[in-house]
Design a protein around this ligand. Structure first.
Ligand code: BGC
Length: 505
């Protein structure tokens, strides 16, 4: 459905503020990309996890599916996601009560301290403590940045501006892949320190950036700063003709101020569509299996018989595909819409997963024994790249930040976004934790397992996700009201919208 447009244009000011805020995505991505590489570096393992190191060296098993399986290491990697999960709930209150930028600042500072502790780590305690601080940073940033972007952007370019955050995530992952590749060549063995400490660079950018960012008009109104909100709205829309948008924001702000307990509110029947999406979208996003590739690409390639160097290099190539394909989404999402990208990306991922599972089945069968010739392996990398591209213009940006940050009404937006972040973190954790044992048991069938989920999520989108392109964020209620299934949950009398508008739909 199309909705009315407010006056205004895309101003350099709004582009700049969105770009600065989106750099928060760098810290999220840097972390996703860095840990897999670091935990495969021998000097790191020898210092912190000597038993894992010894076990890996002694492992003579010829079953390729079960070569790498160390629970302590995966627990170290995933401690960050558990910390982020918890932190995003605290971030929800900070974002709502004090404004979006304070959460960004808190996230940046926590990440900065975590990076310093990790880079200087002398023992496992420092390492894990640092990692928890990084997780807190990720929780705060992941909760606040997408909301900030969706609120600042003019409706017809919201997709594009919001996806800059996912773009930064992919750039973060890619930089981490490159840095891991570079430092693995440092013979003295302290390369891992550099990898971990360099997380301070993106953290500094968002920390300093957030000190200069204005808060969003929506949040200013929600907190009673109406005049300031008007001033910012004029500035970001580049026009004095803001009255219509301003009135809608004030209406949304009124409802929000009445809502004392967003957490109790969000379980009410009228928010059932929102709650369903807040839980299922991030859940499905992780069950695409993307992080199997993001975390374990080097390990996976080693399994396929690539050398250490080639494995890290292949991870770099995949990282680059991830960045480039995100631009496709940026360029098309506000024209083609969210649904089309979700559906197309789903089909592309599905086809690749089936092909990959079959290619592995042919070579390794159920015993896991065998080797893969070079050209065969190159084919597999190609299909992994096509799979990653499909994700990067669909479920990556749309499921990660865009759709969950644009569908909630103001009064539950902050709470809804924390649910989205925590479900994302929980299943990132679950996938990271279970992938290696699952590979050992499901074998090539693991690819079919994720393919099965992609079928389920694609059907879900086709049936249940309404199109949200170009709809002003405080008018989203109309989209649910017009949906064949969700309309029965939305009351006829709605405080967000005048009775006249409701009668029109
Ligand atoms: C997901 C991450 C994933 C990344 C890959 C994000 O949207 O939430 O889990 O690693 O995309 O680019």
């Amino acid at each position: 459905m199309e909705s009315k447009e407010y006056p205004g244009k895309l101003t350099p000011f709004v582009v700049l503020t969105c770009l600065v805020a989106a750099t928060g995505g760098l810290i999220v991505g840097y972390d996703i990309g860095i840990s897999g590489g670091v935990t495969s570096m021998d000097p790191f393992l020898m210092k912190f996890f000597p038993s894992v190191y010894r076990k890996e060296k002694q492992n003579q098993s010829s079953n390729q599916y079960c070569t790498f399986d160390s629970q302590i290491l995966t627990t170290f990697t995933s401690s960050l996601y558990l910390a982020a999960l918890v932190a995003s709930f605290f971030a929800s209150s900070v974002t709502r009560i004090f404004g979006r930028r304070w959460s960004m600042l808190a996230g940046g500072v926590s990440f900065l301290v975590g990076a310093a502790l990790n880079g200087a780590a002398q023992d496992v305690f420092m390492l894990i403590f640092g990692r928890i601080l990084l997780g807190i940073g990720v929780g705060f940033i992941g909760q606040s940045v997408p909301l900030y972007l969706s609120e600042m952007a003019p409706a017809k370019l919201r997709g594009m501006l919001n996806i800059t955050c996912q773009l930064m995530i992919t750039i973060g992952i890619f930089s981490a892949n490159l840095i891991n590749y570079g430092v693995s060549k440092i013979e003295a063995g302290w390369g891992w320190r550099l990898s971990l400490a360099l997380a301070a660079v993106p953290a500094t950018i968002i920390t300093i950036g957030s000190l200069f960012l204005p808060d969003t008009p929506n949040s200013l109104i929600e907190r009673g700063h109406d005049e300031k909100a008007k001033e910012i709205l004029r500035k970001i829309r580049g026009t004095d003709d803001i009255l219509e948008e301003y009135s809608d924001l004030v209406a949304a702000g009124k409802v929000s101020k009445k809502t004392r307990h967003p957490w109790i509110n969000i379980v009410k029947r009228k928010y059932r569509p929102h709650l369903t999406m807040a839980i299922l979208i991030p859940f499905f996003q992780q069950l695409t299996g993307i992080n199997v590739i993001m975390f374990y690409a080097p390990v996976l390639f080693k399994t396929l018989g690539f050398g250490s160097n080639t494995s890290l290099m292949s991870a770099v190539i995949i990282g680059l595909v991830n960045v480039c394909a995100t631009f496709v989404s940026i360029g098309t999402v506000d024209r083609l819409g969210r649904r089309l990208l979700f559906l197309q990306g789903g089909f592309q991922m599905l086809a690749c997963q089936i092909i990959l599972g079959t290619l592995i089945a042919i070579k390794f069968g159920t015993t896991g024994e065998g080797t893969i010739p070079k050209t065969y392996a190159a084919f597999m990398v190609l299909f992994i790249c096509i799979y990653v591209a499909g994700f990067a213009w669909s479920w990556g940006p749309l499921g990660g930040t865009l759709v969950p940050s644009e569908i909630f009404p103001l009064e539950i937006r902050s709470a809804g976004q924390s649910i989205n972040v925590s479900v994302n973190m929980l299943f990132t954790f679950v996938v990271a934790q279970t992938f290696l044992p699952m590979l050992c048991h499901f074998k090539f069938g693991l690819f079919y397992f994720f393919a099965g989920w992609v079928i389920v999520m694609t059907i879900f989108i086709a049936l249940f996700l309404p199109e949200t392109k170009n709809v002003p964020i405080e008018k989203m209620i109309l989209v649910w009201k017009a949906h064949w299934f969700w309309n029965k949950f939305i009351p006829d009398k709605n405080e967000h919208v005048s009775t006249k508008v409701m009668a029109m739909i």
